[in-house]
Design a protein around this ligand. Sequence first.
Ligand code: PEP
Ligand code: MN
Length: 264
Amino acid sequence: LTRKSSLEHRSVVALTDTIAIGGDTLLIVGGPCAVESAEQIEQVARHLAPTPVQALRGGVFKPRTSPYAFQGMGEAGLRILDDIRQRFQMPVISEVMAMDQIPSMVSHVDVLQVGSRNMQNFDLLKALGRIDKPVLLKRGLAATIEEFVMAAEYILSHGNPNVILCERGIRSFDTYTRNVLDLGAVVALKQLTHLPVMVDPSHAAGKRELVPDLARAAIAAGADGLIVECHPVPDESVSDARQALTLEEMATLARSLDPIAQAL
Ligand code: PEP
Ligand code: MN
């Protein structure tokens, strides 16, 4: 998926030797909210590998609202992700919740995600500034654009230039959608910073039927990539089932983006 837009003063963040974000190709990431089993991730990878989806997502340390809900597979999930990225040559992205998880994350995944709830966990951000793997920093639930950019500065100023910003919706009064996707922030971040900007329409919308159109709108607004939740059997997802696409819907979405990217 290529686009023609002007690329001056942009940072390109490499996930692997061949896959990057912020250059002249979009980065499309798909996968479940949480790693549930080796079989589940393998099914996702097998389905998405032949599509324009280049990277996989899946949480193993999950920031759940309830402490009684599934908290993620932990280290066992990391080993599943490591195996799948090698077998399918697809980089994997997973969330880091605490400083003590950083060493094993660095050896098992390609991109460390900082979730919304940790956007201003400054000690975590400083520690991620001391590694050189890419960090996907998600906007806080109620963070201003300035707070978001300053959070990214924590990582950059501690020595890691490989930061990817991610708009994932902000809290508002309307409960119809889970959050409000702030595409104005995407445009602003592209103007204010040199960093690649991704959009997560899944956590913004909270409803799968809204996801593909929001994803396309994000690309039209200038996003460098998307991170979208999908699952072999969406309704059986252990977390965020309501917003998960089928694998077929994910592939169809990924294939629909090229004309939009080309028009920019
Ligand atoms: C996730 O990506 O599964 C997640 C928990 O995202 P966020 O931090 O944006 O809520
Ligand atoms: Mn999720």
